[in-house]
Write a protein that binds this ligand. Structure first.
Ligand code: EPZ
Length: 432
């Protein structure tokens, strides 16, 4: 186990390169196994632990995959030969439920553990399951697994209850090889959905409308392997934006798609930051103290829930009071940790009222979920004294080399091994 130790108060300066998007890479790696001809070669794959987990899950299903010397991931879908996803790996990550779409499309049979609740709420997969069922799959829920079979999935019209990234992607994966046409309505419009559709179309799928409310998928006989480059991670980019902002920094964030960050950029400008936009980069020039802003999270193109926590961290030291409403998940548990650092935050149902204080103070804190981890790092960068962040494995799920990149910007941050998890009884003597 390891923790992060941050000495706060350093102004961030310099350049940082953004990695490939985790939330694109996960479904795309799964979808790569739809190909029965040739191999997929995937570039800009972020080396975070969620991506590692999805690779291991696919390997357990028989899919051959490996990284080449340039860091590109090769996926050979034709070797897929099992339909049971292993609980010990799937339990680590909800995105592993994408294997259900893959297995139904390729094998006509899937046994995938139901993801449980997690630190950001109950997060069911009922929309996914209803979609598979409407496409003709015979589904039972037994012993914590979704067991589904079909001769072949059949195209259907399916209205998704509310905008859901995972449902849109899983059903898109499933429908590519279905018989006939699938029309998905009320689809999520996130850039990662569009990235998956472009990738699938490159493999030979017939998908139109990704990025709009209605996606139409004409099923095809088979898909082939292609080379593809994953889009940049807009949430990682946003995290560095807010890290720069809280430290009064001046940071150039490189290798991004600026259009994917419209809402976070406009909010950060409202908070007093000067934003200089280039085609694939953005310079963040922060004032000495940010101004408080109000905000509601919303599906894309609204402000992403994944950046709510980093933004709240910034607002804890802003001038004035912010009202932040979280509309997607139950994602305010981490505010207790920010309070331990001196933040003044009151939560009423899905709204946090954040009264800016002049300064946070470093403290030992615990990560509750991935983006909460990012928020605690951001708070630690600005706090007086030392912040120790426990639960680093959760941050490692979605950030590639976070502490290296921040150190490159002048932060005083290091990873230190801890003795968490040590057997307590081994340390207590036995007396006779
Ligand atoms: C994706 O989760 C992302 N994960 C999340 O990022 C992100 O926060 C979320 O989309 C929203 O943008 C990945 O892409 C791997 P949803 P997902 O289905 O697909 C409800 C991060 O930190 N819902 O769009 O699981 C759900 O509870 C992660 O990187 C159902 O009720 O989210 C939520 O309230 C965390 N039933 C809303 O819909 C369902 O069957 C939107 O969730 C599915 C969803």
């Amino acid at each position: 186990m390891a923790k992060l130790v941050i000495q706060g108060g350093k102004r961030l300066q310099g350049e940082v390169k953004i990695s490939g998007a985790k939330n694109s890479a996960l479904p795309i790696i799964v979808a790569a196994a739809l190909a029965t001809e040739g191999e997929c070669v995937l570039d800009n794959i972020p080396k975070d632990s969620d991506v590692g987990t999805i690779c291991l899950i696919l390997r357990s299903l028989g899919v051959e995959l490996w990284f080449d010397q340039e860091g590109k991931l090769h996926v050979v879908g034709s070797t897929l030969n099992k339909y049971q996803a292993p609980y010990d790996l799937v339990r680590k990550m909800r995105a592993s439920f994408y294997t259900a779409g893959l297995l139904l499309a390729r094998m006509g049979r899937a046994e995938v553990p139901l993801p449980g609740g997690c630190a950001i709420g109950s997060r069911p997969v009922d929309f996914h399951i209803r979609g598979f069922s409407q496409m003709g799959a015979d589904i039972t829920i037994e012993h914590g697994f979704m067991k589904a079979t079909c001769d072949k999935l059949i195209g259907t019209n399916y209205y998704i209850n509310r905008s859901s990234v995972g449902t849109t992607m899983n059903l898109m994966i499933a429908a590519t090889l279905a018989e006939g046409t699938t029309v998905l309505e009320n689809c999520a419009k996130e850039p990662e959905v569009v990235d998956l559709a472009i990738f699938l179309n490159g493999m030979g799928a017939q998908i139109r409308g990704a990025g709009t409310d209605i996606i139409r998928i004409e099923g095809v006989e088979k898909l082939r392997g292609i080379e593809y480059t994953i889009i940049p991670d807009r949430i990682e980019a946003g995290t560095y934006m807010f890290a720069a902002a809280i430290t009064g920094g001046d940071v150039l964030i490189k290798d991004i798609v600026i259009e994917h960050l419209r809402s976070p950029l406009s909010k950060i400008e409202e908070a007093g930051v000067v934003v200089e936009k280039g085609a694939t980069e953005v310079r963040i020039i922060a004032p000495e103290r940010l101004t408080a802003i109000d905000l509601e999270t919303a599906p894309y193109p609204g402000f992403p829930t994944d950046l709510q926590q980093p933004l709240v961290a910034c607002m804890t030291v802003a001038d004035g009071t912010s009202v932040i409403t979280e509309n997607i998940f139950d994602r305010f548990r981490y505010v207790d940790e920010l309070r331990r650092m001196g933040a003044d935050i009151k939560v009423e149902r899905e709204t946090a009222i954040v009264r800016g204080v002049p300064q946070l103070t470093g403290a030992p804190v615990e990560v509750t979920d991935l983006r909460a981890g990012a928020a605690l790092v951001i708070a630690g960068l600005a706090a007086a004294g030392t912040t120790e962040i426990y639960g680093l494995d959760i941050i490692d799920r979605g950030y590639e080399r976070l502490e290296d990149k921040l150190r490159g910007l002048g932060a005083d941050i290091k990873r230190v091994e801890t003795h968490e998890g040590i057997d307590a009884f081994a340390q207590i003597e036995t007396r006779v």
